[in-house]
Design a protein around this ligand. Structure first.
Ligand SMILES: [Zn+2]
Length: 162
């Protein structure tokens, strides 16, 4: 009975999209750490992509609303340790990002260097050239940097959250 309820909540959460990357679910981004039933309250553990990410509140609300469709008592618990890392993004999800014109993060240390302002090479998600140029460290949202490809001249976003 309990297992069944948690499974239904989980499958509903699989349909909650990330507001910053609307072609990916929060599950695909590895942000859900666990779902448990505690005193008849469904407790969903959420690890945001980074502390202070402006999308966190929107994600919390979306998860709350989605889970409430299944169970009336829902609590979203923020889990900050261990911190979310781009390592939790699966290869399948990375290729989905590339297909949608967002250069996926390559690794935690690389992204940290980037956030510290070091120059880095981000290959174009369309033509794969390394000849790209950083246009703005902030793209359409705070979690993305905006690049332009110097080969195919297409602009693209790079997901840089750590
Ligand atoms: Zn290109």
């Amino acid at each position: 009975m309990v297992k069944n309820l948690l499974e239904r909540i989980e499958s509903r959460l699989h349909r909650v999209m990330d507001p910053e990357l609307p072609f990916l679910t929060v599950m695909e981004l590895g942000m859900i750490r666990g779902i448990a039933l505690v005193n008849n309250t469904a407790v969903i553990q959420l690890t945001p992509t980074y502390t202070g990410c402006p999308a966190t509140d929107a994600i919390k609300e979306d998860l709350q609303n989605a889970a409430e469709e299944i169970h009336p008592n829902v609590q979203i618990e923020l889990v900050m340790t261990p911190a979310w890392t781009t390592d939790w993004i699966s290869d399948e999800t990375r290729s989905k990002m590339a297909q949608n014109g967002v250069a996926p993060p390559e690794g935690q240390s690389a992204d940290k260097a980037f956030l510290l302002g070091d120059e880095r090479i981000v290959p174009c998600p369309r033509c794969k050239t390394n000849k790209t140029k950083l246009v703005s460290p902030f793209g359409s949202t705070a979690c993305k940097a905006h690049f332009t490809c110097l080969e195919c001249l297409e602009p693209f976003d790079h997901f840089k959250c750590i």
